[in-house]
Design a protein. Structure first.
Length: 172
């Protein structure tokens, strides 16, 4: 199974992001990620066996993390100004980094391959060749309440990826 661990977005946040895409970024040639597929990936695990999947489930169930909020303040090209991908970028959060570090340490201790690149939290909104490369500062702070962590299975299809939650853990 192809797996990743992520934070999901509440409907209210998805609605605000839809409004931003429509009002500020609505040019021909843009392709937006449907709201039901938006998430903030904490860790992509790739292809895993059933046994490794069970270990990943146990890892997210054993996390000891308090609920927290993330502020989304900008939308920009990601990962660099020349890319077509457009993402909502959260403000730096010590709580998010602590969650990421705890998750990474648990995964490493259980034999999962470490990430080869720096963790750069973002929510992919789509691809937009026509918008300027500069950041778009949102006129309001979009608050993403982080209340759970989800292990997803990702299946690639001709019409795009399908994400199925395999396990969900509520933060305390």
């Amino acid at each position: 199974m192809r797996l990743f661990i992520a934070l999901t977005l509440p409907e209210t946040v998805n609605q605000l992001l839809d409004d931003i895409c429509r009002q500020r970024l609505n040019d021909a040639g843009n392709h937006w990620v449907p709201a039901q597929r938006r998430h903030l990936t904490l860790r992509f695990l790739g292809e895993q066996t059933g046994e490794q999947t069970a270990v990943a489930v146990q890892i997210i169930q054993d996390l000891s993390v308090k609920k927290f909020d993330l502020l989304l303040k900008t939308v920009e090209r990601f990962p660099a100004t020349g890319n077509r991908a457009i993402a909502a970028i959260p403000e730096y959060s010590t709580a998010l980094m602590a969650l990421y570090q705890q998750l990474s340490a648990s995964l490493a201790a259980s034999g999962f391959e470490p990430l080869q690149r720096e963790f750069r939290p973002h929510i992919t909104l789509g691809k937009a060749p026509a918008i300027p490369s500069a950041k778009i500062d949102l006129e309001i702070d979009v608050c993403l309440s982080v209340r759970q962590i989800v292990l997803f299975q990702s299946q690639l299809t001709a019409s795009g990826p399908l994400y199925s939650p395999l396990a969900t853990t509520n933060l305390r």
